[in-house]
Design a binder for this molecule. Structure first.
Ligand SMILES: *[C@@H]1O[C@H](CO)[C@@H](O)[C@H](O)[C@H]1NC(C)=O
Ligand SMILES: *[C@@H]1O[C@H](CO)[C@@H](O)[C@H](O)[C@H]1NC(C)=O
Ligand SMILES: *[C@@H]1O[C@H](CO)[C@@H](O)[C@H](O)[C@H]1NC(C)=O
Ligand SMILES: *[C@@H]1O[C@H](CO)[C@@H](O)[C@H](O)[C@H]1NC(C)=O
Ligand SMILES: *[C@@H]1O[C@H](CO)[C@@H](O)[C@H](O)[C@H]1NC(C)=O
Ligand SMILES: *[C@@H]1O[C@H](CO)[C@@H](O)[C@H](O)[C@H]1NC(C)=O
Ligand SMILES: *[C@@H]1O[C@H](CO)[C@@H](O)[C@H](O)[C@H]1NC(C)=O
Ligand SMILES: *[C@@H]1O[C@H](CO)[C@@H](O)[C@H](O)[C@H]1NC(C)=O
Ligand SMILES: *[C@@H]1O[C@H](CO)[C@@H](O)[C@H](O)[C@H]1NC(C)=O
Ligand SMILES: *[C@@H]1O[C@H](CO)[C@@H](O)[C@H](O)[C@H]1NC(C)=O
Length: 694
């Protein structure tokens, strides 16, 4: 029974031993009271909480499994220690001999750029996990200037330093490995390097870098008091020859009974991120080798793009550059489109010297600003503008294109009209089309229209601004001269089609300037007026024009005649209660009292002969029969008194009012309530909008 019990106990004991010895990796084995062995193939915090290291300062576990001792802030300290105290002495012999120990770990020091990192990390065996008052920089969070070198520290450390400068005598290498006891003054040190397996010497290596982990081994032979320190690049097996093999290191006089093992790191003016990727340790034995394939792959802080692989960096740079360029192009294109939309020229447009760039007109009118509007009509608005290149003042008329038939014909017409130059014409400087808008550029005439000067409310005008007879006579002659140029003196006959007081603008020298010549026929009247076949403005329309819709030089002369009567009498061609100016004047003429119709605003300050001439000429020009009307050349000879005015055909008046068949349309229009506004333009292209342009 006893033997059976013993064997059962023995079996149970063996099973327990088996369990302990064949414990899976990533575990901690308390082999005996003072023999500790553990291995961290990475620091996955979810895997085993009980072996979680004690962290202090800046140290953290990264989610991907690395232990980061410091970040790249300046002057930070980080500690990470195995949480349990370890017996450091071999007690079996009741001696105070320090036990052998062995450790293997993989670290990575990440710097923003080579030579800029600091300061380093150290494998540390210390009596406590706390280092109150410890300094950063060269002290690596272990010592400070007051306790450095004191035996009461009981600290053994192997430093992996990347910065030189501490105590020049002993520590001249920036990139070095040193063995330290109670002090940052190393008892032995070497520039970081590893011995090659084939015995051909050693290769230097950089401790800091961009994602190149370093393997390190520290082996202490307690019996022979030898410390070996070995390093190698991550992908190279442990070199057989250690970098440092320091004899006579008696840790028995350094250590206390039980101590903590771990790491310390610090940054200073220079800063690196210090990582531990895996760690194994064994008291009185060789550290179990790390399974390198299980270690976390360092993922350095992406706050700096340098943590990325070079080809990814290049890719990102190229993509960013491309994006920026594309954005730039897009913005430029948008800006360009904004100004040049619909300025994409058709072939025929390239030959148009009078074409303006939309961009220039846009700038001239300050972006078609409300404050620049000098007149508004049914077609759109008129803006005052200053051409950016020449500084010339212009009036820009914005017309909706849908009221124009055939853009190409229109442009051809304007190109032709743009070449007309006369001092009594408002020169058409050019044009521009954009989307549905047509922009016409004219001379800017400051004083406004004849219409406004004749009829505007007296209160709104300054004293003495009534047109004197002299001015009126000058205007009459000016209009005649401009019209003659259009009818006879230019290479083509140009019919004005819309002569009326609001189409006569008055310049600074009180000279008449005739505007909007030749354009009326280009507009689609049907869309604007109920009178689809009539061009011109009610009150100025010759009877045959109302009947046939055919404009001619004679219909222009008719309208000019009405305009003469208007200027002399100061009354509109048509007025309320079926007032017809031409009939009214004719009545007085037949009574021999024509002078009585003269504008009362003139008082007695007019020249009787001239007024009589103007009134009679007005009647002759507005004769019912086109063939009875003079030409503009003849009109000028009468006005210049080079020729005598013919006798007035008395029948013209009778015909007017008593031949409804020929004037039916005219009369119909006149009686309609809707056309009481006398400046209403059938052509839809009236200069009435320029009335306020002064
Ligand atoms: C964690 O470690 C403890 C002892 O150190 C061990 O008993 C436990 O089984 C481990 N757990 C895992 C999941 O490895
Ligand atoms: C470790 O601790 C965390 C909480 O601190 C817990 O959520 C997790 O389940 C623990 N992991 C293990 C393996 O016990
Ligand atoms: C670095 O760590 C220190 C201490 O934990 C912290 O105060 C600091 O904000 C961290 N710096 C960065 C850039 O994360
Ligand atoms: C950490 O451990 C958990 C659970 O074992 C696993 O799901 C996760 O993938 C591990 N993380 C890493 C980075 O290995
Ligand atoms: C250390 O290991 C040796 C052989 O591996 C063994 O003889 C010795 O007893 C061990 N010492 C301790 C303190 O465990
Ligand atoms: C124990 O120590 C004594 C002297 O103090 C020494 O003679 C003996 O060899 C030691 N035993 C072992 C096992 O090391
Ligand atoms: C320590 O060990 C060595 C050899 O292993 C022995 O010679 C020495 O006496 C020991 N020291 C003590 C204090 O036991
Ligand atoms: C240096 O460290 C010791 C112990 O860690 C501490 O008591 C002392 O105050 C520190 N001195 C300075 C100047 O920080
Ligand atoms: C230390 O290195 C020397 C020289 O290579 C070697 O002979 C010795 O066995 C090593 N000791 C340990 C504990 O690794
Ligand atoms: C290392 O880890 C990998 C994956 O976890 C495993 O397949 C492999 O066998 C391990 N190697 C050793 C030597 O344990």
């Amino acid at each position: 029974m006893a033997s059976s019990t013993t064997s059962t106990l023995s079996l149970a004991f063996q099973s327990l031993l088996f369990l302990i010895f064949f414990f899976p990796v990533d575990s901690v084995s308390q082999l005996s009271e003072n023999n500790v062995e553990f291995i961290y193939n990475g620091f996955n915090e979810t895997e085993n909480n009980s072996t979680k290291l004690t962290l202090e300062g800046a140290s953290i576990f990264k989610p991907y499994g690395a232990l980061r001792l410091t970040n790249r802030s300046n002057g930070v300290i980080g500690h990470a220690f195995y949480p349990h105290k370890i017996q450091m002495f071999d007690k079996k012999n009741n001696s105070k001999n320090a036990s052998s120990f062995s450790t293997h770990f993989v670290f990575a020091i990440h710097t923003p750029s080579p030579g800029q990192g600091g300061f380093g990390l150290a494998f540390t065996i210390a009596p406590s996990t706390k280092f109150p008052g410890a300094a950063s920089e060269h002290y690596m969070g272990i010592f400070n200037s007051s306790n450095d070198g004191q035996s009461s520290n009981h600290v053994f450390a192997v430093e992996f330093d990347t910065v030189n400068g501490f105590n020049e005598k002993a520590d001249t290498q920036g990139n070095h490995v040193g063995i330290n006891i109670n002090s940052m003054n190393s008892i032995d040190l070497e520039p970081a390097a590893y011995y090659k397996g084939d015995g051909t010497g050693k290769d230097e290596m950089q401790l800091e870098g961009h994602g190149n982990p370093v393997q390190a081994w520290i082996d202490y032979d307690g019996a022979n008091k030898v410390v070996n320190v070995t390093i190698s690049p991550f992908n190279i097996e442990k070199p057989s020859t250690p970098l440092l093999s320091t004899h006579s290191v008696d840790l028995s006089i350094v250590f206390v009974e039980s101590m903590y093992v771990g790491f310390s790191a610090s940054t200073g003016g220079k800063a690196s991120s210090h990582y531990i990727l895996g760690w194994s340790f064994s008291m009185n034995g060789s550290a179990p080798p790390l399974n390198l394939s299980k270690l976390p792959i360092p993922e350095f802080e992406s706050t700096r793009s340098s943590s990325l692989k070079p080809h990814i960096k290049i890719l990102i740079a190229v993509l960013s550059a491309l994006t920026i360029v594309l954005l730039g192009v897009l913005i430029c294109f948008k800006m360009y489109r904004r100004f040049t939309q619909f300025e994409i020229l058709e072939d025929w447009e390239l030959d148009c010297p009078h074409r303006f760039r939309y961009r220039d007109l846009y700038r001239a009118t300050k972006g078609f600003k409300e404050s620049e509007v000098i007149g508004v009509g049914g077609f759109g608005a008129v803006y005052k503008g200053v051409l950016p290149t020449s500084g010339i003042e212009v009036a820009v008329k914005k017309v909706y294109r849908n009221s124009i038939q055939g853009m190409r014909e229109f442009a051809a017409e304007i190109e032709s009209l743009g070449r007309l130059r006369h001092k009594h014409l408002i020169n058409l400087q050019g044009w521009c089309k954009r989307k549905n808008d047509l922009l016409l550029v004219y001379d800017y005439i400051p004083n406004g229209s004849l219409d406004s000067l004749l009829f505007d409310n007296m209160q709104t005008r300054q004293q003495g601004s009534i047109l004197s007879w002299e001015e009126r006579f000058n205007i009459i002659k000016g209009i005649a001269s401009g019209l003659l140029y259009l009818h006879e003196e230019w290479e083509q006959v140009v019919i004005h089609r819309d002569i009326k007081s609001s189409n006569v603008l008055i310049d600074n020298d009180m000279n008449a300037r005739l505007g909007d010549f030749g354009l009326a026929r280009l507009f689609d009247h049907g869309k604007i007026s109920h009178t689809t076949d009539v061009m011109g403005t009610i009150g100025y329309i010759a009877p045959e024009l109302a009947r046939t819709g055919k404009a001619s030089a004679c219909t222009d002369v008719f309208a000019y005649g009405i305009l003469l009567l208007e200027i002399a009498t100061g009354r509109r061609p048509l007025d309320t209660d079926n007032f017809i100016l031409v009939d009214w004047v004719l009545e007085f003429e037949q009574l021999g009292q024509i002078i009585d119709v003269v504008d009362p605003k003139l008082g007695s300050s007019y020249v009787v002969e001239e007024t009589e001439l103007v009134l009679k000429l007005g009647l002759i020009c507005s004769h019912r029969r086109p063939e009875a009307r003079p030409t503009m050349r003849q009109v000028l000879t009468y006005l210049n008194e080079d020729d005598l005015l013919p006798a007035i055909d008395n029948r013209s008046s009778v015909d007017y009012s008593q031949r409804p068949d020929t004037n039916s349309r005219f009369l119909e229009i006149m009686s309609a309530d809707s056309i009481r506004h006398l400046s209403f333009s059938i052509g839809g292209f009236s200069s009435s909008s320029l009335e306020s342009g002064r």
